[in-house]
Each structure stands twice: as structure tokens, then as C-alpha cells.
Design a protein around this ligand. Structure first.
Ligand code: C2E
Ligand code: MG
Ligand code: MG
Ligand code: MG
Length: 275
């Protein structure tokens, strides 16, 4: 059977790759072109309070609004954007759009509403990030909001001098740093402390296995215990069921996020639904 299956699977993979590349054309220049045309748009997913389930923030998730292919999800273009460095101007475009969309209606946001942006490791060496964050916060100067930068645990940031001065500048501005997808990578306690990580987002792969997998439950319990000892803000990501909420509620986590509460939607829809 495997003798027949192997060539079939190979042909299938080759075909899919061909179709995918064909869709986005010559990769880097296509991304550049899409950036110039501002085809990258922010979607926002609600983040709610872990106790009363009221809206407390929104995570900004990038989408490529492609004129032919429609909405392209991040896993299809973020890796190349990071490799090519285009992720820096693309992130700036996200911040600018969210700023322009929400700045004028800031009064409608709940107090201490936080906006979360995903920032890749390489971006934490780029001092323009400070200016972009300043510009973002300035648009909300009459309504204090929090700006959160999320970095994933899988690609840890370098401990260079520039990174450290960038981090202290961000901290002085009141920007919070979140460790995303926690539990999937290899960050140590020293790492969490060295970079003064404020927020821990427990990865959805663990939340998704609550109730079916005892080990995942133990990992969640221990991550929560650890984060509490380090006095971090804790977020459970990827909540889809009432059962998961029932399991997590006794832990008194700070925030919940997941399809159970709301999927990522365009800014206008987010405002209509949530504000
Ligand atoms: P992430 O930052 O961990 O974002 C959470 C992802 O989980 C989002 O996928 C979100 O739609 C999805 N999600 C949220 N709740 C649920 C749930 O209940 N069930 C399930 N199955 N999924 C849920 P999305 O939008 O496809 O983004 C995937 C990843 O792409 C993000 O993971 C982030 O690492 C990256 N990404 C997205 N936008 C940006 C960006 O602007 N910049 C960078 N550097 N990376 C981004
Ligand atoms: Mg994130
Ligand atoms: Mg995550
Ligand atoms: Mg993720």
C-alpha cells in the first residue's frame, strides 16, 4: 500500500505547493506590492475578563485582503514577511490602521482597554518600534488604554544591548510585553525575568486538551501556578467550550480569549458587536 501511497502523496504535495506559489506569484515582490497597496488589514479578536467575561481588550491579527484570492490567513505570508524584514513596515501599517480606526472613537472603549499586537523577534532590534508605539499611544492620549506587544515563545528574542535599551524605553512608555503561545517553546524562568515579561498567554493547544488529556491539565495547572508566583497577568487562549471555562474559572485568571467569546473580525464589525 505504501508503494502506491507514497508517489500519490508526493504528487499531491507538489501540486499544492505549486498552486499556493502560483497564487501569490514571485513571493517577496508580491508582498511588497501588496504592502504598497495596503492590502494587509487588521482583524480584532475580543479579549474578556476571566471573571465577569466583559470586554477588556482586543488582539490585532493580520489578514491579507487579496483582490483575487480573498482573505489570506497569516500562516501563508507571515513567515516570508519575517524572513524578508517586510514584517516591520507591515506591523507599522497594522498599528496605523488600528490607531486611525479606534483613535476617534476611543471614548467608547472600556477603561484600560488594551490593544495587543504580535511582534516578531527580529523587530525587537529595530528602534523604529519605539516611535511607532509612541505614535499609537498618542492617538489615545485622552483615553488611557494599554498597548501590549506579544512575542511568541518559539522564537526568543536576543539579549543584545539594543534589545535591552528598546525594552526599557518601551517599559518607560507603559507598554506591556506578553509571552505568546506559552508552553510550546523553551523559555526558562530566567528568560521571563530577564525581559520582564508582564503577561503570559497559555497556548491554545493546552486549553484545547482540557478535559480529554490529564497531562495537558497538569501543564495548565503548573503554568498558572508559575505565572502567579511571578506576578504575571495570565491569559488563556483558544477557549472554545463551556467545559474549558468551568475548568479555568476557579483559577481566577485575568483574561480569556477564544472563539467561545468571539472570532477575529474587521474593525468596523468589532465596534458594532462589542462597543
Ligand atoms: P497568535 O498570536 O497566537 O493568535 C491566535 C490565533 O489563534 C489566531 O489565529 C486566532 O484567530 C486563533 N484563535 C483564537 N481563538 C481561537 C479558538 O478558540 N480556536 C482556534 N482554533 N483558534 C483560535 P490567526 O489569526 O490565524 O493567527 C495565527 C498566528 O499568526 C498568530 O498566532 C500570530 O502568531 C501570527 N500573526 C497574526 N497576525 C500577526 C501580525 O500582525 N504580526 C505577526 N508577526 N504575526 C501575526
Ligand atoms: Mg498573539
Ligand atoms: Mg497565541
Ligand atoms: Mg499562535
Amino acid at each position: 500500500v505504501s508503494l502506491v501511497l507514497f508517489p500519490l502523496v508526493s504528487i499531491f504535495i507538489a501540486l499544492m505547493t505549486y498552486m499556493l506559489l502560483g497564487r501569490v506569484g514571485s513571493p517577496i515582490s508580491t508582498l511588497k506590492d501588496a504592502l504598497a497597496k495596503k492590502q494587509f488589514v487588521p482583524f480584532l479578536q475580543p479579549v474578556v475578563d476571566g471573571t465577569n467575561h466583559r470586554l477588556t481588550g482586543g488582539e490585532v491579527l493580520m489578514r491579507w485582503q487579496h483582490p483575487q484570492s480573498g482573505l489570506i490567513p497569516p500562516y501563508q505570508f507571515i513567515p516570508l514577511a519575517e524572513e524578508s524584514g517586510l514584517i516591520v513596515p507591515m506591523t507599522r501599517l497594522m498599528m496605523a490602521q488600528v490607531r486611525d480606526q479606534f483613535g476617534p472613537i476611543a471614548a467608547q472603549l472600556p477603561d484600560d482597554f488594551h490593544f495587543g499586537f504580535n511582534i516578531c523577534a527580529g523587530h525587537f532590534k529595530d528602534l523604529t518600534l519605539i516611535e511607532d508605539c509612541k505614535a499609537f499611544l498618542h492617538a489615545f492620549k485622552d483615553k488611557p488604554i494599554r498597548l501590549v506587544l506579544e512575542l511568541t515563545e518559539r522564537e526568543l528574542i536576543e539579549s543584545s544591548e539594543i534589545t535591552h535599551s528598546l525594552f526599557s524605553a518601551l517599559r518607560r512608555m507603559g507598554v506591556l510585553i506578553a509571552m505568546d503561545d506559552f508552553g510550546t517553546g523553551h523559555s526558562s524562568l530566567t528568560y521571563l525575568q530577564k525581559f520582564h515579561i508582564d503577561i503570559l498567554k497559555i497556548d491554545q493547544s493546552f486549553i484545547g486538551r482540557i478535559g480529554t488529556d490529564a497531562l495537558a491539565g497538569h501543564i495548565v495547572d503548573n503554568v498558572i501556578d508559575l505565572a502567579k508566583r511571578l506576578q504575571m497577568i495570565i491569559v488563556a487562549e483558544g477557549i472554545e467550550t463551556q467545559e474549558q471555562i468551568d475548568y479555568l474559572t476557579p483559577f481566577h485568571l485575568d483574561y480569556f480569549q477564544g472563539y467561545f467569546f468571539g472570532k477575529p473580525v474587521p474593525a468596523t464589525e468589532f465596534m458594532e458587536k462589542w462597543l
